[in-house]
Ligand binder design. Sequence first.
Ligand code: NDP
Length: 300
Amino acid sequence: MSAQIIDGKAFSASVRDKVATHVARLKDEHGLTPGLAVVLVGEDPASQVYVRNKGKQTIAVGMHSIEHKLAADTSEADLLALIDQLNQDPAIHGILVQLPLPDHLNEDLVINAIDPAKDVDGFHISNVGLLGTGQKPMVPCTPLGCLMMLRDHHGSLSGLDAVVIGRSNIVGKPMAQLLLGDSCTVTIAHSRTKDLADVVRRADIVVAAVGRAQMVPGDWIKPGATVIDVGINRISAPDKGEGKTRLVGDVDFASASAVAGAITPVPGGVGPMTIACLLANTVTACCRAHGLAEPEGLTA
Ligand code: NDP
């Protein structure tokens, strides 16, 4: 069997189209423009690329985009003052502080200073609590993207056995909560899990969020299962030339795609969904702030 490839590039484009349609409606019918502020502290090159892409895509869907680039030695007090100012700004509906922050800044303190209603990354402790209790949170973008792809592929996820490999606060745990919310029977696996292969073999849905290149081989996958590969790992690729590298997931795509029913590739699977879901969350935050109906298909 050869798995259906879940095309994250195409799917994320359809999410951005829905966002753009909703943004246009908010402008026409309510005179509202959703606004996203991204705060970057320091000069980490990967973070700079992400922030640039976020800004471009925010503008492309018709939203208001602000970037605050702060020096690496910015004090915690100055960063908190900026967040407070953005919390008060009615033109800003979403605030994202790009992580990781420099070591002298307390990430938990900074994230929890964001107004939870504007916390479009879904990392504020209030949003974690709302997600855990099945209320209306802002949902972390990467797991939201995975959920959207799974719903699109399966329709209903009710009753399916799901294994999430990884228990981080930004991917594994919220992913498991979302799958539970959609009535999957959920197992969370991690570095101490005994006989991971056996656990994975029982799953109709496998979400791999570990950060270890190609660690899940095809013979761990139940025939016909859906595999969502969140991992992004750079490995050397001597076949491309000396010193060259390539991106791979946590799943061994070649062997897994011969067994799975559907699978996300790396790159081009989960990756593009994250920014699309950030835009979706910003529209949702704008609608909630103004007591308007939330965009259909863009929330959990
Ligand atoms: P973390 O490092 O925070 O968490 C990794 C998790 O994997 C931990 O819970 C760890 O277990 C578990 N783990 C480590 N080794 C094993 C093992 N041998 N067997 C089973 N579980 C193991 O990573 P993140 O959740 O932040 O990210 C995971 C991956 O997803 C990374 O490759 C990252 O780059 C990628 N990612 C991609 C995004 C995107 O597509 N946009 C966004 C975010 C992340 P334990 O808790 O026991 O240590």
